[in-house]
Design a protein around this ligand. Structure first.
Ligand SMILES: Cc1ncc(COP(=O)(O)O)c(C=O)c1O
Length: 308
């Protein structure tokens, strides 16, 4: 069944539960992962975005990656607000609101029978803008990555704090994508980037933390990083537990001299980094702070989702 046939049968993308279920049933008949869009249901095998869309022409658009635990999305509101801020900065009107997004994501998680999943919200700039919500396999690192740690490559590419895209999660992510591909080619899990002032910034899809003498350190927002949802949850965890934590300006030397380091993101949560550019961080093993913070982060997720 083509998207046209699908949407002729059910032309509205209204988000009542009945509508969602009916649309999803029809999309399922197409035997490909279903996708909700602000223009109707489609599935992943059919082109949805016109070639003239600025997302195709210039990578103009935004995305968010969220994580569902037991069918519920962690901090969906915070993710949505981050996209809203970027859309406002680039004068794009989002074709869905936070409530619609939450409703669609929750129903799609149920429909897809993937309670633990990655939820992707994509919005193209259009015109007119198109929103798409997908529920995808989680694709989180294997448990051995947490017990053994991963290594990172210090990419020669720079974050540009003065660039218009700095701090925004736009569809123009080729630099991040490419840095990660290069890191993988060299046998590393992630690429880390400095900014144009030689300050440590972040990974290509994760924020960076490290620890020195029991103090948790992470690059400040002024270094051109994305304001990660996980990063802010971890800083909350530190404050709640009375752990010393500081956002600041650091160099690659500070990282290499750290006792331990870790990545923080929606998908990896807290993932220890045990080496950078072939040099060991600390004793080359995952550190105790990463282990504790991962555990505490999970507790926070569970208690927030239990509260609803
Ligand atoms: C460049 C960059 N930094 C940091 C993050 C982590 O953000 P979050 O914790 O909101 O997933 C991401 C997430 O994809 C990212 O792309």
């Amino acid at each position: 069944m083509t998207p046209e046939e699908l949407n002729r049968k059910r032309p509205s993308s209204k988000t009542s539960r009945a509508n969602l279920l009916r649309g999803a049933e029809q999309a399922r008949a197409a035997e490909a992962p279903l996708v909700w869009t602000s223009r109707g249901w489609t599935n992943a095998t059919f082109p949805l975005v016109p070639l003239a869309d600025l997302a195709v022409q210039h990578g103009f658009g935004f995305f968010e990656t969220l994580r569902a635990y037991g069918g519920r999305v962690f901090r969906h509101e915070e993710h949505f607000r981050r996209m809203e801020r970027s859309a406002k900065a680039f004068r794009v009107t989002l074709p869905l609101d936070a409530g619609t997004f939450e409703r669609v994501a929750t129903e799609m998680l149920e429909i897809s029978r993937m309670p633990d999943a990655r939820v992707r919200l994509t919005v193209t700039a259009g015109p007119p803008p198109i929103a798409a919500v997908q529920v995808l396999p989680l694709d989180a690192p294997a448990e051995e990555a947490y017990t053994g740690g991963v290594t990172a490559w210090l990419a020669p590419f720079r974050r540009n704090t003065r660039g218009a895209l700095s701090g925004h999660k736009t569809l123009n992510y080729l630099e991040n994508y490419w840095a990660r591909e290069e890191a993988k080619q060299r046998g590393h899990f992630e690429a880390l980037m400095l900014n144009e002032r030689d300050e440590l910034s972040e990974g290509t899809r994760a924020n960076l933390f490290f620890a020195k003498q029991g103090k948790v350190l992470t690059p400040a927002l002024s270094t051109g990083i994305l304001a990660g949802v996980t990063r802010s949850a971890l800083l909350e965890v530190c404050a709640e537990r009375g752990a010393r934590a500081e956002e600041g300006v650091f160099t690659a030397g500070d990282l290499l001299a750290a006792d331990e380091a870790f990545l923080a993101s929606t998908i990896v949560e807290v993932l220890p980094i045990v080496g950078v550019d072939g040099k060991r961080i600390g004793d080359g093993k995952p550190g105790p702070l990463a282990r504790t913070l991962r555990h505490e982060f999970r507790r926070k997720v569970e208690s927030e989702l239990a509260r609803g």
